[in-house]
Design a protein around this ligand. Structure first.
Ligand code: 1GP
Length: 257
């Protein structure tokens, strides 16, 4: 298993002090370089803990590099790549969520893309964080592109099986994904079930747009909530701030508690 690097360590340390974290997800395909920098500055001011950069359909790596460099210039928050494919790598980020889409039916998304990318990740000196990625429901671009057999949103036992397989395979992070813009977020029942077994860092995203759903996820044991789509809506600052407030005092269980 790879060793924990500085970015992962920092996130774990902040979680212990501040409770559940909120990551702001920026999909470079949806933002100009300037817009990405502006949003990153605003979410840092509002209390986000890190920036995720990624998407399911990134093709323009030049633009990705520019977005990452601008965000690194404009904020002090850790910047983590959240790649949907080998095109999601930029050497300018702090770390990469080196993930396997565990419920894909295509070995490319399980280990193929990762093996193609691995040497570049090493040469780029990116901190690689091993992460299991699980897609729920049938509403996501990620699910379509990644050729998943989606986990039903009401089947926590299936999620637990995958979560423990991820843990035993050395994945220190696990991301429960309902899909960007999903009408239904991951349910508290699923999060609680996974939390009861999975000792690693638990990330939940997809369709979290309100403080109620954020606090439900945090109270159920999520270590980090990811907010993406909301940042593209008018007046997002006024919607993002209450999400931060709703989760910041909720302290989830951590593996080394
Ligand atoms: C998508 O889980 C993330 O990969 C965030 O979802 O865009 O719905 O916030 P939203």
């Amino acid at each position: 298993m790879s060793r924990r690097g500085p970015t992962e360590t920092k996130l774990l340390d902040v979680t212990k002090v501040s409770g559940t974290l909120v990551a702001a997800l920026i999909d470079p395909e949806d933002f100009t370089v300037e817009q990405a920098g502006t949003v990153a500055k605003k979410v840092q001011k509002l209390g986000a803990s890190c920036i995720f950069i990624g998407g399911s359909t990134i093709a323009d790596q030049g633009h990705l590099d520019e977005v990452v460099m601008r965000i690194k210039r404009d904020v002090t928050l850790p910047v983590l790549l959240f790649p949907g494919n080998i095109t999601g790598i930029s050497r300018h980020a702090d770390a990469i969520l080196f993930s396997s889409l565990l419920n894909s039916t295509n070995t490319y998304f399980l280990i193929g893309a990762q093996s193609i990318a691995s040497i570049q990740v090493m040469k780029s000196k990116l901190e690689a964080i091993p992460m299991g990625y699980l897609v729920f429901g049938d509403q996501s671009t990620t699910g379509f592109v990644g050729q998943v057999r989606p986990i039903p949103l009401n089947k926590p036992a299936i999620a637990v099986m995958y979560a423990m397989a991820a843990w035993y395979l050395g994945m220190r992070m696990l991301y429960l994904e309902a899909g960007s813009g999903s009408e239904k977020a991951i349910s508290p029942e699923v999060i609680k079930a996974v939390r009861a077994y999975y000792p690693g860092f638990l990330i939940v995203g997809g369709g979290v747009t309100r403080p109620e759903s954020a606090s439900a996820a945090a109270g159920s044991g999520a270590d980090m909530i990811v907010v993406g789509n909301l940042l593209q809506t008018d007046g997002y600052e006024k919607k993002f701030a209450p999400i931060i407030d709703a989760v910041k005092h909720i302290r989830p269980r951590l593996m080394d508690d």
